[in-house]
Design a protein. Structure first.
Length: 248
């Protein structure tokens, strides 16, 4: 991965734009928190992004997962096996990470949407990047505490249940940023526009009305930096970003 894919969005907060999905690095001295882990095929890029900011993969103290879709779990099992890195999710997402059930775009649903503009080239790319691999992660646990987590960056979990049953954003009060995962994005390879928006309907576990309602947990946060799971970073009040998504 080129260093150009790693953007220091705020002091010690890095948004990394992979080929089809983002992840975030939070640095505190020599220690890191990794938020999300890309596709299975992104593993080398995840490790390269860590080295690009002067750290080592073994410096990651924990991986926080916004939700247990394949494009956010790619590094979770390899990091656990290689470095013993723990991974945490919202309690409502543990069963999904363990694959007790699946709330994800299925191959039949993908095939039914191949006629849509831009879907076919995106589908070919993600299949090459490991979209059909088994990412069952039995070691993933619920957050060890409530409130700000005792990890680099002191992220605060914010429930945004809807995209999946336990989807979670992470608020970084010290820099006024929100890592929104797939609850609020700024673009996607199959999206026609950029800017704060919901992902296309085929990706969600629930309906648009419910998804928009979940954004209420974000709009009162004191934040003016949005770090999405897909698309570029966005600067501006989070309340305005939510309003933009509601009217998109």
């Amino acid at each position: 991965m080129s260093d150009r894919g790693v953007v220091e969005a705020a002091e010690d907060v890095f948004l990394v734009r992979g080929s089809a999905v983002n992840w975030v690095l939070l640095r505190d001295g020599t220690d890191l928190t990794l938020v999300d882990g890309g596709y299975p095929g992104d593993l080398e890029d995840v490790e390269a992004s860590i080295r690009a900011i002067g750290r080592r993969p073994e410096d990651v103290r924990a991986i926080l997962v916004t939700h247990a879709h394949v494009d956010h779990l790619g590094a979770v099992n390899p990091f656990h096996h290689r470095y013993g890195t723990p991974a945490y999710v919202d309690p409502a997402e543990v069963g999904h990470a363990h694959r007790d059930y699946l709330e994800q775009l299925t191959p039949p649903k993908l095939l039914a949407n191949l006629w849509r503009p831009r879907v076919l080239p995106w589908a070919v790319h993600i299949l090459r990047n490991g979209a059909t691999q088994d990412v069952t992660a039995p070691h993933v646990q619920a957050f060890p505490s409530t409130g700000a987590l005792d990890l680099p960056g002191a992220p605060v979990p914010v429930p945004t249940h809807g995209h999946t049953s336990g989807h979670t954003a992470y608020y970084l009060p010290s820099v006024g940023a929100v890592i929104t995962g797939d609850s609020l994005v700024t673009g996607h390879p199959i999206a026609a526009t950029t800017g704060p928006q919901l992902l296309p309907a085929m990706f969600h576990h629930t309906d648009r009305t419910t998804l928009l309602a979940t954004l209420s947990t974000l709009e009162d946060l004191d934040a003016d930096l949005l770090l999405p799971g897909h698309g570029p970073l966005h600067r501006g009040p989070i309340r305005a970003a939510v309003a933009g998504a509601r009217h998109a």
